[in-house]
Structures are given as C-alpha cells and as structure tokens.
Design a protein around this ligand. Structure first.
Ligand code: PGA
Length: 275
C-alpha cells in the first residue's frame, strides 16, 4: 500500500451502486468504563430501552462493568439493544484471579467484547499479542470483538500514526482468515482524543479509517474489508457525531463519557440513523 495511491483513492460511497442500500449498518457502542453501580446501571439501561425501542437501522451496544452485566441484561430484554463487555481473558477457564472468560461473557448474554482499549494497553500493559489471543478466543466463542487501535499524541506529531495503527491492526489480526476477520469490528480511537474533549476532525478520522480499510483489503481481500465496521472513538458527543458519522469510512462510534447519560446516548444513536 503506498501513500499516493491511498490519497488519490476515490472515497467510497456509503451506498451500493445498484439499490442505494447501506452496506454496513452503523454501530453505536457505549463503553461505560468503571462507572455505574449495579443499581445505576439498571436504571440507565432501562431508560435507554424506553428511549430507543423504536430504533432500527442502527446496532446499539452497551458495555457496562462486569458486575452489572446481568442486571443490564434484564433491563434490555426484548429490546434491540445488545450487551457487550469491556475486556476478557482468552482462556475458557483457569487459575487467573480477577479475570473473566469468554464463556462467562457469552452465558451472561454478551454479543460483543471490547478488546485492546487504549486504557488496557497503556494502564494495564496489554500487548498486541494479548490482543491477538483475545480476538481469536472471542471469535471462537461467537463474541464479536471490538478491536481498539489508535496512536498517542507524540506519535501523531512525529507522523507515526499510520505505522502505529498498522502494527496494532496486523498484531490483532495475526493468524486470522477472511471468514474470521469479517466478524470483527474495529474502533479507531486516537489516544489524544479519549476523554479529552479534543476530537479528531472528520477528515483526520476518515483518513485513518481509509488506511485501515485498505490494510484489511490487502490482507483479507476487498469483499471482507468492506464488511468490517470501523468505528471512531474519542470525545464523540451529540454535538459532533453527525459530521463524523457522515464520513464515508466511519461506520459508527465507540463512546465513553457521552454514553453514560441516556439522553446523549439516545441522541447519538439517532444521529447515526440520519447520516
Ligand atoms: P470518550 O471515550 O468518548 O469519553 O472519549 C471513548 C473510549 O474510551 O472508548
């Protein structure tokens, strides 16, 4: 993949040539991080169920802390909202104090699991190898991994964004085939934009998304790459979501802070429907 080819590559339309149908259904995923007690989580999930019961055409995922998975599952029963977790171990069981296994998540009702979030990578020293083991294990257990990648500020300033993101993507997808790869979701989250109120511009984000798509295309073929949702994350809120989600390569958002409030998460979901 060379840079000049990438820059001149025409922006792919969100719609297919024949029927104008969306190729990828946008995903809005809420990462609740270490917020909400069980009671608070139940409350928020119940509120979301009420607000979002009529939504279609957008996949909605909420990822509460482990301790609230079962109460949130109860709260969103018979609603289109799907349950996700924020992390997992790759082994099915074992002497791993403090860890949670893929089969535990599956039986708790999870469909998605966030893997390799920058907070896990930077604060808990998760490596690309760990991320890869978790991705493979999630797929084995029929959980869709939301694989997070993104550069730090000094890396962007040193023009290393593509190098960093390429290494993370290659690391995460090591040993996968196209059939597995198409079941994944990627979240591009520049670390400097997470929780800082500083968002990548839609153009900056789209450029990296396109880079990732082409990387996937060269590894797994165009057809597979076109099926993978690439979400943007980093200070997404209702005020900026439309312009981000309108970009051709941005297929949804992974949202932290703004997912903790039912009204703002509801607005985000609706903005995805309109774009
Ligand atoms: P933020 O977090 O929306 O609060 O920036 C995003 C994330 O960490 O996934």
């Amino acid at each position: 993949m060379n840079a000049s080819h990438r820059r001149t590559c025409p922006e792919r339309s969100r719609r297919t040539a024949d029927g104008g149908k969306l190729m990828r259904i946008p995903i809005i995923a809420g990462n609740w991080k270490m917020y909400k007690t069980e009671q608070e989580a139940f409350q928020l999930a119940s509120d979301l169920k009420q607000r979002l019961k009529d939504v279609d055409g957008v996949k909605m995922v909420i990822c509460p802390p482990f301790t609230s998975l079962s109460s949130v599952k109860r709260a969103i029963e018979n609603s289109p909202i799907l349950l996700g977790a924020q992390n997992m171990h790759w082994e099915e069981k074992g002497a791993y104090t403090g860890e949670i296994s893929p089969s535990m998540l599956l039986t708790a009702g999870c469909k998605y699991v966030i893997i390799g979030h920058s907070e896990r990578r930077n604060l808990f020293f998760e490596t690309d190898n760990f991320v890869n083991l978790k991705v493979k294990s999630a797929l084995k257990f029929n959980l869709s991994p939301i694989i997070c990648v993104g550069e730090k500020l000094d890396q962007r300033e040193a023009n290393k964004t593509e190098e960093v993101v390429e290494n993370q993507v290659r690391g995460a997808f090591k040993d996968l085939n196209a059939k597995d790869a198409e079941k994944t979701v990627i979240a591009y989250e520049p670390v400097w934009a997470i929780g800082t109120g500083r968002t990548a511009t839609p153009q900056q984000a789209n450029e990296v998304h396109l880079f990732i798509r082409e990387l996937l295309s060269s590894e797994f073929g165009k057809e597979c790459a076109e099926k993978i949702n690439i979400l943007y994350g980093g200070s997404v809120k209702p005020e900026n979501s439309r312009e981000l989600l309108d970009m051709p390569e941005i297929d949804g958002a992974l949202v932290g802070g703004a997912s903790l409030d039912a009204e703002s998460f509801g607005k985000l979901v609706r903005s995805a429907k309109q774009s």
